[in-house]
Design a protein around this ligand. Sequence first.
Ligand code: ADP
Length: 439
Amino acid sequence: MMRRLLELLACTLTVGVLAAALVEPDGLALLGSAMGASLWFVFDSLRARRVLDWLRHGSAAAPPAAVGVWAEVVERARKSFKTLNRKSRKSEVRLQEFLAAIQASPIGVVLLDKSTAIEWSNFTAAQHLGFDTKRDLKQPIRHLVRDPAFIDYLSQGDYAASVEIDGRDATPGHPQRISINLYLYGKGRRLMLTREVTALELAEAMRRDFVANVSHEIRTPLTVVSGFIETLLTLDLPAPERRQYLELMGTQAQRMQSLVSDLLTLSRLEGSPVPGVGEWIDTQAMLMQVVSEAQALSEVLDSGPHQVLAQGGGPRFQIAGARQELHSAMSNLVNNAVRHTPAGAQVRVGWCLNSDGGAGFYVSDDGPGIDAEHLPRLTERFYRVDRSRSRETGGTGLGLAIVKHVAQRHGGQVLIESVPGQGSTFRIILPPSRVLSGD
Ligand code: ADP
């Protein structure tokens, strides 16, 4: 400030003295001083204009040259600019990190403005609902998601619950269900969250089917048994007839027992840790055991006997896993071949080493075979091609589901090949890590 006063004084005096020295009379010295002061004001206004222009449009990197108080103004403004720039760069980085995190989220996020047009959306939501995050910005959401259930939900304004609609990729054979939640925020804005719930819905549907199937499977024999009990209590039947009823009751009780036993096996398989590779099992010994059990079953079946043949000759080897589980899986396959083929059918059972070092257990029969349409569903719980035949032969519809579980728990898989009219081959394939060959 002092410098500015000195400048003004110097200018005023210099022009005043010059005027007094050069021009007569002396009174003009006063006018000269006034001109000097005006000159200084013009000069100072120009400096102020330069600083103002820089403040309005300039950057912190290129400040104007200035002296005195203007130099200080410029310096302070430059420092403030720098601090502001640094802060806004930091905020920008944080915003980008935040948006990247929302982009990576498996939950879809859409911001809707007051008129429910899209302000911003992550890719997950766009994928769920089938719009484009850039092209469809500012588009009203109701023009992009036209499901009536969603339109109702959006317009009713009560967002306490969620709404479920088909996703963009949903087809009759490949369902995709999306759950949508809306939340109000700010001044009339809405936050929309989308979540894929297909797996949850499928699991829930499977659970419902499972409970319904189990109830149905148990109810049928129970009804038969309670009917017979009623008859035996009310009628005084002759001994042979009584015996016949009791035998039928025994068969039904046996059926319920098998069902409960298979259900327990399945739940044990689902709930217990994967078997380690601690115990090595001789494949040939286990093969002979399941073959002789199947021969015994074949003898008692009405549709027996069959020729159950153990195939050997190849190199002997061992497999690692849970003995009881593997035995149960193998005997399920051999018993199925006996139960689902007519008398005299040939069933060949064996183990082989695969070229990758893994091993395969196979059961091949020359029975009626299975139509191709059933093959993908055979390992589902309670799926049967011929329900009454399955029941007649003591089946529960859970055998192949157990086989699949056991194979998967040992890192393997179940393969099924069948030609209607010619026969079927069921295989359990185990990975090399579970095989110890003598070679
Ligand atoms: P089940 O107790 O009915 O045998 P599974 O799960 O073991 O149940 O088998 C499912 C269905 O697969 C059977 O009901 C039967 O229709 C079919 N199936 C299984 N093995 C054979 C086979 N070797 N030949 C023909 N059909 C078979």
